[in-house]
Ligand binder design. Sequence first.
Ligand SMILES: [Fe+2]
Length: 225
Amino acid sequence: MGEYEQSISRRRLLEMTLGISGLVMLGGIGTALAQGLKRQVTPGVEKGPFYPLMKPLDKDADLTIIAGHKGRAQGTIVHMTGRVLNENGEPVRGAKVEIWQANTYGRYSHPNDPNPASLDPDFQGFGVQSTDADGRYRFKTIKPGAYRVTPDWMRPPHIHVDVSGRRDHLVTQMFFPDEPLNEKDSIFHAIGPDKSSALAKPLTPTEEIGTDVLLLVYDIVLARG
Ligand SMILES: [Fe+2]
């Protein structure tokens, strides 16, 4: 357990991050269940070339602090929270959720990343945790920068996600809402006509957690869980 887990309980974080709009969303889930609606399975998206070759020693849920470092990762703080569910909307407990991403400058801490942008020695870049009894996970990270793949292709900000449920394994990418680069991204386009399950849903942060952070809800639906 890192400092982050010790200082903010899951319940407290939920209260802080969900607020009124979150409660409305949870109400929507209840309605869907009551009507017996299947949830849309989260689309798989390519893993990309920058999954860590060697995972960091510190791989907890707070990617903004590396154990033993005095500094904090550069960039806009992101609280990313959500649930892993099956298509009936039932929580998947004990699912392993891994995330990895570029730093605020769009650079991965990976030897094969050709991007000349700066490395951030205080950014963890990778984190892993298991879902609780409600299927819930949460990470504290920073918003990744966009990065160029070819002269005419910039990847929009995104966070890579690898989920191992009890039966299913899913690799995907979480996209940020209202990013102009999303529409020009061939990987985003490949998701299909309905992009909603690939886009994080923003919530308005409370003053307590800080108005300069991003609160994002990103539920992950596995077909069987
Ligand atoms: Fe990427």
